[in-house]
Design a protein around this ligand. Structure first.
Ligand code: PGA
Length: 261
């Protein structure tokens, strides 16, 4: 795991967008794993700007989102399909047929989950998986006690997650209580993982995810097992990391990061 500390949320989200753009330029057929949530909005805004100003080309790439609420149709404004339309898909030249999210309205949800796994495999697996982190340490909707080898399936959301997402629904009672999510094992199969966390409210969970013991209680800790995982944080989210100075030194001295300093 590498930890990159940026001065503020703006710089952290820009760095993540640059890493995605670089991967896309190197491989136009990139299979990109996407995430939703407030933190990602700035990343998508940068990607949209790069498309408009620098011609960043999405026409050949394929995307798989981490998760979708059960019971929300794709045209519901709170569905993750609509989130993706709003923040990225409708502003760039991506082929809508190459954008995939689980269908939370499927009559047979277990089958939908199996099909989603098969689809990811059919297109060669995820090259680069973008991740946020929930206050309970979830990646995707892999809530506490998610098996570290879990695959795409339906998960019940914790009260913490329901509270965290209630702002979008206006009323906690309207937040769906279940979601289809890629499993922790599905996420670990991606060739590269890129987690972004910003803000002081993420400091404690980031420290546990990066420096704490691996535990199914905090699914983000499973990323410690991944051979190529980059965690990008701002100063506020990094404030409880013990290895703060060491991570900073690595970023300042590794040739790999020279173009991003
Ligand atoms: P947030 O969500 O970006 O809105 O904090 C992150 C997550 O729950 O994965």
């Amino acid at each position: 795991m590498e930890v990159i500390i940026q001065q503020d949320a703006e710089a952290a989200s820009l760095l993540v967008a640059k890493l995605i753009a670089k991967a896309l330029r190197e491989n136009p057929f990139l299979v990109l794993g996407l995430a939703t949530g407030g933190t990602m909005e700035a990343v998508y805004a940068h990607l949209v700007r790069m498309h408009k100003e620098e011609g960043l080309d999405f026409s050949l790439c394929r995307t798989f989102n981490l998760d979708e609420y059960v019971g929300l149709p794709p045209d519901d404004p709170n569905s993750y399909r609509q989130y993706m339309q709003r923040h990225l898909f409708s502003h760039v030249n991506i082929n809508p047929r190459m954008t995939h999210l689980p269908n939370g309205m499927a009559a047979d949800l277990d089958r939908e989950c199996d099909e989603y796994e098969k689809l990811i495999k059919r297109f060669g697996g995820v090259d680069l998986q973008l991740l946020g982190i929930g206050r309970d340490g979830h990646i995707g909707f892999n809530e506490p006690l998610s098996a570290l080898l879990s695959r795409t399936r339906v998960k019940a959301l914790t009260p913490t997650t329901v509270a965290q997402n209630a702002i979008y629904f206006g009323d906690p009672h309207k937040v769906p209580r279940r979601a289809i999510t890629m499993g922790v094992g599905t996420i670990l199969d991606a060739r590269r993982c890129l987690l972004l966390a910003t803000g002081a409210h993420k400091a404690e969970i980031v420290a546990k995810a990066v420096e704490g013991p691996v535990t199914a209680m905090i699914s983000a800790t499973a990323l410690q097992l991944h051979p190529k995982c980059t965690v990008v944080v701002d100063e506020a989210a990094a404030s409880k990391l013990q290895g703060h100075e060491y991570y900073r030194w690595i970023f300042q001295t590794e040739p790999e990061w020279a173009e991003f300093r």
